[in-house]
Write a protein that binds this ligand. Sequence first.
Ligand SMILES: [Zn+2]
Length: 337
Amino acid sequence: MQRLSELVIRPETTARWLRHSLTRAHPPQALLLVGAPGVGKRTVANALIAAWLCPQRTPDGACGACESCLKWSEEGSHPDLRVLRPSPDQIKIESVREARQWMNFAPTIAPFRFVLIEEAHRLNPAAANALLKTLEEPPPRYHFVLTSPASDLLIATILSRCQLVRLGVVPIAELAAILVARGVEPAKAQRIAELSEGAIGRALRWSQTDAVEWQTLESMLALFATLGSAPSVSALRLAEQFRALCKQLEGGADETSARTALATGLEYLLRWYRDSLAPPEKRQFASHHAALEQLARRTPPAQRLEHIARITEARRAILGNANAQIITEDLFIHLLA
Ligand SMILES: [Zn+2]
C-alpha cells in the first residue's frame, strides 16, 4: 500500500487539501474523486483509505506498521474495506446489497470502515438508488469514497452527498522528469509523458518494462507515422494492422471490449491528426515531429479537417453496431486517397 506522501498529486491545492483532511478526527462522510482516466484515482483512493484506517496516521498517510496497516493484503484488500467496481460494465444492485449487509457490523480492527466505489458512474439505476439510501443514513463509523471520470456522470442526488475532490494531470515536461527520476530512459520518458497526456497513473503503468498496452500504442503511432508517405494501395493492409493493434488493447484490468478498443485506437488517430494541425511548438506528440510534418506536406489542412470528421464519424459508427472491417477499410482508403 502506497502512502499518500509517495504519490504525485496535482493540482497542489488537491494535494494540500487531502493532507489537511487527515489531521481531522473523522473522515468526510463521502468523498468523490474525479479525474480523467489514468490520472490515478484508484491509487489515491487506496492511499487515502489506508491512512484513515490507520489509528496512527499522519498527513503523510498510513504508518505502515500498526495492527490495522499490517492487515492489508498484497492484492489491496483489508477487513474494514469493501470495494465495488463494474463487472464487466455495470455495478449492479446485488453488489450494493451485499455491501449493506456487511455494514451491519462494527469495524474489525480499524477506527472506521470504508466502502470504495470505483467508476461510480457505472452504478445502474437500481444500484444508484440503493446506494443513495445508504448515503442518506450511513451507519456510524462507515464512510464512502467514490471515483468517476467526471462529476456530471453521477446522478445529482448522489453528487450532492459527496465532497468533491478533483485530480488533475501533470504537465508533460514535469511528468517526463518524474519518469526519468524513476529510472526510465529520457527519450522513452518523453514519449510516455506525451502519449499519457499527463495522466500519471497511466504513465507509471506504461513505464514498467512489460507494459503491453504501451508497446501496442507505440506500434500504433509508428503505423500513423507512415500515413504521410504510404501509397494508397496499402490502405487495406494498414486498416488490417490497425485492427490487429486495437485487438491487443482488448481485455486487461478494465475488461475493454472489442468496440471500446477500436474506439480507443481511433481516438489516438484523432489526436494524431489534430496534432498535425497544431503549430510545432504546441504539439503533443513532439517526439514524432518529422512524421507529422510529412503528413502536413502530403495532405492540405482543409483535407485533414475533413479526415478528422471522418475519423470522428468512424468512431461513432464503431460504438454503434457497424462492421469494424468495413468502417476501418473505408477510413484508411480516404486517409490515403
Ligand atoms: Zn498504521
